[in-house]
Write a protein that binds this ligand. Structure first.
Ligand code: P6P
Length: 337
């Protein structure tokens, strides 16, 4: 029997009575994301048997090689929401150049939310059978989405109404927040339900692990280099050196810190100050989750949640994790150390 008999559906019903922000429509959206996550998780486990691994030969709007399963995951999310009669108004995805407007059923009230997705984060890990994840962010959209739909969708991370991810690892795990704490569900394949496995998760003030692609060290600004040097230095009083762990999947690396504490860095580089990660469907949703758990999400100089995007695919430097670790990174980056 699962540790808890609380399924995601039961939990969302309970939370609706406790938290005004969790509207019926928002609960429906989270439920549809969970359903899509179950289907994606099932397809990932057998992808190698059906020739579904590997590249499509295309590149996406980010200029990155597209895995077949990137496209498939995106297709599954769009199909789910197109089939739900407009419960969301528009979908922004790493895999789609432009926002996809989801038409409602004739006569139905159009949805009041927009969904921002990285459908399959870390997909270059798939050939190595390593953990990947789907990241989602949900904003409210007022009135009719304007003809220039993109402008309507440029919203700060602090205005998200919900955010989370589905992690496809040894277990399939769904983590979400709607601003009233972080909740974690584990897929019980025996009953086909996400079952509550963590409530109001809180992360330690500081950790013992950092996560960064250190092959980029020479390209980092001096303050970032000095921060990583600091983490590597031996000092028993502050638990250093930190261990280094980097999987190549942002959401997997960040999930590690949700429970154990620590800091993930994908900073800007001298020649690419905007960094690599996307603001609206990677940094902002993970920032909402981590800050609800007591952590911090920063560019090194600004809080991620305060940044008004200039484009839906905008990139942003990201330092995210335990608030003392991120605060220390900011001190080095802002030359206050
Ligand atoms: P690099 C995956 O493409 C991703 O967006 C994140 O999931 C991951 O942390 C990062 O890029 C990996 O980038 O440059 O280290 O290969």
């Amino acid at each position: 029997m699962p540790v808890s008999s609380t399924t995601l559906a039961n939990h969302l019903l309970q939370q609706q009575t406790l938290h005004r922000g969790l509207t019926h429509e928002l609960s429906q959206i989270i439920g549809h994301i969970a359903l899509t996550g179950k289907v994606i998780g099932r397809e990932l486990t057998e992808a190698a048997l059906h020739g579904a691994l590997g590249l499509t030969g295309e590149t996406n709007v980010q200029g990155e090689a597209v895995q077949k399963l990137d496209e498939r995951a995106n297709e599954l999310f769009v199909q789910t929401f197109e089939g739900q009669g407009g419960v969301v108004r528009a979908i922004v995805s790493e895999e789609m150049d432009k926002p996809c407007e989801v038409g409602g059923h004739a006569g139905a009230r159009p949805g009041e939310h927009a969904l921002f997705l990285d459908p399959l984060d870390g997909s270059s890990n798939l050939d190595a059978n390593m953990t990947v994840g789907s990241i989602f962010s949900i904003h409210r959209v007022q009135g009719h989405v304007q003809p220039d739909v993109e402008t309507e969708l440029l919203k700060r991370g602090r205005d998200q109404v919900a955010a989370g991810y589905v992690l496809y690892g040894p277990a399939t795990v769904l983590v979400y927040t709607c601003g009233a704490g972080v909740y974690q569900f584990t897929l019980d394949r025996g009953i086909g339900e996400f079952v509550l496995s963590g409530s109001r998760l809180k992360m330690p003030a500081r950790g013992k692990v950092y996560s960064a692609n250190e092959s980029n060290y020479a390209k980092w600004p001096r303050g970032v280099q000095r921060f990583v040097d600091y983490l590597r230095d031996k000092d028993a009083a502050t638990g250093r050196p930190y261990a280094s762990r980097y999987s190549g999947c942002l959401v997997a690396d960040v999930h590690r810190f949700l429970t154990g504490g620590g800091v993930y860095l994908y900073p800007g580089e001298i020649s690419k100050p905007e960094g690599k990660l996307r603001l609206m469907y990677e940094a902002a949703p993970l920032g909402f989750i981590i800050e609800q758990a007591g952590g911090l999400a920063s560019t090194g100089t600004e809080r991620i949640g305060d940044i008004l995007p200039t484009a839906v695919h905008q990139r942003i430097p990201l330092i995210i994790g335990s608030h003392e670790d991120v605060g220390k990174a900011e001190e080095f980056i802002q030359d206050r150390q």
